[in-house]
Design a protein around this ligand. Sequence first.
Ligand SMILES: Cc1cc2nc3c(=O)[nH]c(=O)nc-3n(C[C@H](O)[C@H](O)[C@H](O)COP(=O)(O)O)c2cc1C
Length: 492
Amino acid sequence: MRDFRQYLSELEELDHVCRVAVPVDPLHELPAVQWQIEKQLFKAVVFEDVKGYAGGTAGNLFLAPLRTGILPTVPFMAEYTTLFAGIRKPGIVYPLWSGNDMFIDMYREIESTVMSALAHPIDPVAAPSEWTLRYSGRDVDLIRQLPAPWYFREDAGPYLTAAVTIARDPESGYLNSGIYRIQVIDERRLAIMVNAKRDLLSILYAAARSGKPLPVAIVTGVAPEMLVAATMSVPFGQSEYGVAGALARSPYVLSQGDTVDLPVPADAEYVIEGYIDAAHRIREGPFTEYDLIASQITESFCINVTAVRTREHPIFHSLVCTSLEMVSLIMPLGMTELAKTRTFLKSISPNVKDLFMLPGVPGTGLAVSLHKQSSSEPLDILRGLFAFSARLKRIVVVDDDIDIYDPFDVQWAVDTRVVAPRDLLVLESTGELTDPARVGDFSVKTGIDATIKKGHAHRLSRSETKWMEEIDLDRYVGGATAESAMPVQRGA
Ligand SMILES: Cc1cc2nc3c(=O)[nH]c(=O)nc-3n(C[C@H](O)[C@H](O)[C@H](O)COP(=O)(O)O)c2cc1C
């Protein structure tokens, strides 16, 4: 499998990388330049001179989902660049995509790659001994060793944002990897924010029950396939290493932790090792999340670091959380969460036809297509889904004559088929710690039943247009074809 550096070289060959030789400060300056390079040049960036650090920093690697590199069969085309470069509103990312045929085709292609990797993992292999990373010794000094950027001025401090955290469930032995935001607290401590319903949280609860500290490894500067696998919602019990291998179509290469008993990616630029005492929490945040809002301070877990190992002249991976790179990474997460949600919904109603995300802050909105058989079904679906998913905040259930891949069609159903407040469900349930509207442990969630109600079908169905489409226009306008028709000019 190619590593982080090889991936960067591939981008460089395609002229997708902008090199910055001017020295930059990782505190505020580097993220601001990175942000502007995304917005103005739509390129990846390599900062060659990060003030105070020997290595470099790279970012903006996956500006479009195709750049995650998991689709070698689909070329990185100019049309996709234009589509994604057009997403200009930070924090809200789907409007331009949804309803766009090119996006839907690409989505389907990525979805089948991701789902097939889940179904057919490839086992990892052990690295040859000469691959071992340099060990920096026991004198851990995170401030000096990690060029972690301080992104937004509202944030509490420097953060690792493109880091994969690896841990083993002490009860089942299952090895888990996921991406979590991690704040650098001081020379020896990190704080990691783990949301409800994450596998790592279950593992931390198991560690708390055992009364023993949980060994963890945090890696950054890894192969794109590993980042994608770690982002995906992989079933508890299945290792992300196998999924990364399947995405890359070759086994992932692992070496051994030095101060923790964990297998770690052998190609990582940085390996940070440590232990979490799951019984204790530490104040973490605020941190500007993918909705461009500095999320509230959380009581997060503290990692007591025991070792920092790096490759020679390591390249740190910086990811701005309100970026297209985040959007690309979160897409495979959304796909795997939709698959899980689909399975769950089957247990509530066999009449659910399909589901798809709604425009807005990623992951928060969902449209459900239902071939309704009973008037209680939409409400059951809404209640069940809000309990099932912490991330979902807004769900619209529509009849199966509505195209849920077209957000305007869903909006049409809401505008025409909803009688408020009868068809609205507002409830409190477990939400994500990053939800800005969260109150205490709860998020307020809104469900909309936009299906046609009994007795109203005659008013709420669309009038038939098929017979109109069958009109032979040539008979009326004598040879004027669709090609010769002039588009109507706005404001004309
Ligand atoms: C860049 C990035 C940052 C993320 N940060 C967090 C975070 O701070 N906390 C969290 O709970 N999930 C975060 N996630 C989502 C998890 O990585 C994701 O839900 C993953 O599937 C969790 O692993 P699991 O399937 O083992 O539960 C982030 C995802 C990405 C792509």
